[in-house]
Design a protein around this ligand. Sequence first.
Ligand SMILES: N[C@@H](CCC(=O)N[C@@H](CS)C(=O)NCC(=O)O)C(=O)O
Length: 202
Amino acid sequence: MKLYDLAASPNTRRVRIYLAEKGIEIPTTVIDMSKGEQKTPEYLAKNPLGKMPVLEFDDGTCISESVAICSYLEELHPEPPMFGRNTLERARVEMWHRRAELEILQPLMHAFSHTHEMWKGVLTQIPEWGAECAKTVQERYAWLDRELEGREFIATDDYTVADVALQCGLLMGKGIGVRAPDELANLGAWWQRVSSRPTARA
Ligand SMILES: N[C@@H](CCC(=O)N[C@@H](CS)C(=O)NCC(=O)O)C(=O)O
């Protein structure tokens, strides 16, 4: 097995944190986005969308999408459970995992790709859309703060893949200047909790 990875990518970090939490070691190959390595014919044969991460098996079979990669590994390494301990918890983890992707990570990606120099010429940039997405994320931070009232972690009593996805989103937000305001105390306390885990810098 091999993981196609990029240190700065929030989505590959989701998989790296998951692996570190589980104590799983998988060899990695770094794909350098600044050199467009994700768009070479060789890489596009692994993921025609030209995105990371990709998990490649020894027979050449590839799986993309961070959630699919983690969910595959969860079946092989069920302890400690990171997708929930029972039916209800699994549903809550999926609910929050999807929310983290659709309500936080995706608008952050748009906020970045529609305004940053690096994406000029790669896509048709609409800076107003980028600014709108950044505004949406600020509203979502306030919503998360309310949801985290009295909670240690976002989906269940355990640290799950939903926390990992949110954590990678918030880290990206900090990196691109779409930061959660300090006065959101519940979100701030959750951030301290997840970012002080030994795996946070995986
Ligand atoms: N939903 C996908 C998102 C993958 C994704 O957007 N990866 C980014 C890095 S964080 C990427 O490879 N972008 C390269 C590009 O779009 O050219 C997942 O969860 O794996």
